[in-house]
Design a protein around this ligand. Structure first.
Ligand code: ADP
Length: 162
């Protein structure tokens, strides 16, 4: 079957990411979720914690592998013989960045295709950065993220209050 990899920073994984994972896992085998360091400075969770939260949040979805993605996506795809890279498209605002990345990746390694999936409409405005901001300001994000993330966020709030 066709292999696929879904890269992202997942800081933290949200219900929007989970929606894309559930759709893609039905279509591809093997299906790998790759957690990347990312370039944003306001990282909430370390890379190993982000990976653990993806593993815990995707339990119950058959046959998913979760890895940490260091270095160039194109190189890892070549090594792992990946056919398809999955990206989520929320709104038109995602399009320009995603098109640039897809074309750059194709130039670096023409051996895979980038495929875009749309989430359920209720997740179209959901970004990890919004979750981080709302949470930092004391808001309730429990219906936007999987339970393991909700718990990890509560734990950071509790630890900060000690
Ligand atoms: P974000 O853009 O939320 O900070 P990532 O860098 O982890 O998160 O995103 C990885 C991929 O998942 C990107 O292709 C992004 O567009 C997609 N994605 C993120 N959130 C959603 C969502 N709510 N619905 C669909 N796709 C999403």
């Amino acid at each position: 079957m066709t292999s696929a990899l879904y890269p992202g920073t997942f800081d933290p994984i949200t219900n929007g990411h989970l929606d894309i994972i559930e759709r893609a896992a039905k279509l591809f085998d093997p299906f790998v979720v790759a957690v990347a360091p990312g370039t944003h400075k306001d990282a909430r969770f370390s890379l190993p914690v982000r990976k653990r939260l993806v593993v815990e949040s995707t339990r119950g979805i058959a046959d998913i592998e979760v890895i940490i993605l260091e270095g160039l996506l194109a190189e890892r795809c070549k090594e792992l013989a990946i056919d398809v890279v999955i990206r989520g498209l929320r709104a038109v605002s995602d399009f320009e960045y995603e098109m640039m990345m897809a074309l750059m990746n194709r130039k670096l390694y023409p051996g895979f295709e980038t495929l875009f999936l749309m989430p359920s409409a209720r997740y179209v405005y959901l970004h990890s950065s919004t979750v981080r901001e709302v949470f930092a300001l004391g808001g309730d994000v429990s219906d936007l993220v999987p339970e393991p993330v909700s718990k990890a966020l509560r734990d950071t709030r509790r630890d900060a209050g000690k």
